[in-house]
Design a protein around this ligand. Structure first.
Ligand SMILES: NC(=O)c1ccc[n+]([C@@H]2O[C@H](COP(=O)([O-])OP(=O)(O)OC[C@H]3O[C@@H](n4cnc5c(N)ncnc54)[C@H](OP(=O)(O)O)[C@@H]3O)[C@@H](O)[C@H]2O)c1
Length: 239
């Protein structure tokens, strides 16, 4: 481990790493020296993202999976640990939105958002935590949202999933901190990605994916006795 490569020798699994915030996090963590495992559904885009991460000089693998399928979850952890070693860092970033009046939303909309944004975080964290508990070390970072603290018209399902994610994060943190595992949440406001947030915004003023990656890097470089449990992020100027 060096000052430039503070995560040298560590293994990080990042979900939703094929584009947007997840790809920026994967790049940053790889640049800090970690071996990275990238997960998303689109295998082709994921391979390109892994190739991008390898340019930092760190090992990177693509592990395609659909996180709405519970059976895929254990496989993602198993494949990562077989190919790279024990997972010390898990970033639960994959997420989907659904925006529109609650009276027009269907049960399948609810299931898709909750299976991706909440159930997958529970299942994947549980799968990764068993090894972390044995090794008494680990970081689980959940990419939540300011939508997990606020309400707005058309946001019922998405906001509910992110409010739930903050509750899950806080409780997991209490269960796991005795084992030296820090479970934290980052709550960004609007970030300039392909994510279909409603409303026109000035993208040049929005948070960039690299800003969220910077927050992840901050959490991963805390002193062992320090536990920043939640970060809220806003753009300096309103978009
Ligand atoms: N953009 C914003 O304004 C904003 C603000 C606050 C919080 N967030 C949160 O930040 C996270 C990332 O958002 P983003 O803006 O980077 O979105 P994005 O550009 O749409 O990327 C979403 C990522 O999640 C993956 N994904 C979606 N469903 C999946 C599934 N079932 N299984 C596996 N992977 C899946 C996607 O890959 P595939 O499609 O290939 O599976 C993609 O890599 C989300 O949790 C989002 O809620 C975003």
């Amino acid at each position: 481990m060096t000052a430039e490569r503070p995560l040298q020798g560590k293994v990080a699994l990042i979900t939703g790493a094929s584009r947007g915030i997840g790809l920026a996090i994967a790049r940053r963590v790889a640049d800090m020296g970690a071996r990275v495992s990238l997960c998303a559904r689109d295998a082709k885009r994921l391979e390109a993202a892994a190739a991008d991460c390898k340019r930092t000089g760190s090992e990177a693998i693509a592990v395609p999976a659909d996180l709405t399928r519970p059976a895929d979850m254990a496989k993602v952890v198993e494949t990562t640990e077989q190919r790279l070693g024990p997972i010390e860092i898990l970033v639960n970033n994959a997420g989907v939105g659904h925006f529109g009046p609650v009276q027009d939303a269907g049960e399948t909309d609810w299931d898709k958002v909750f299976d991706t944004n909440l159930k997958a975080v529970f299942l994947l964290s549980r799968a990764a935590a068993s090894g972390m508990i044995q090794r008494k070390a680990g970081h689980i970072i959940n990419i939540a949202s300011l939508a997990g603290k606020n309400v707005f018209a058309g946001g019922a399902i998405y906001c509910a999933s992110k409010w739930g994610l903050l509750g899950l994060t806080g409780c997991m943190a209490e269960d796991l901190r005795a084992y030296g595992i820090r479970v934290s949440a980052i709550c960004p406001g609007s970030v300039a990605t392909e994510f279909g947030l409603p409303g026109a915004r000035d993208r040049s003023k929005m948070l960039q994916p690299e800003d969220v990656a910077h927050a992840v890097a901050m959490l991963l470089t805390q002193a062992p006795q320090s536990f920043i449990s939640e970060l809220s992020m806003r753009p300096t100027l309103k978009p």
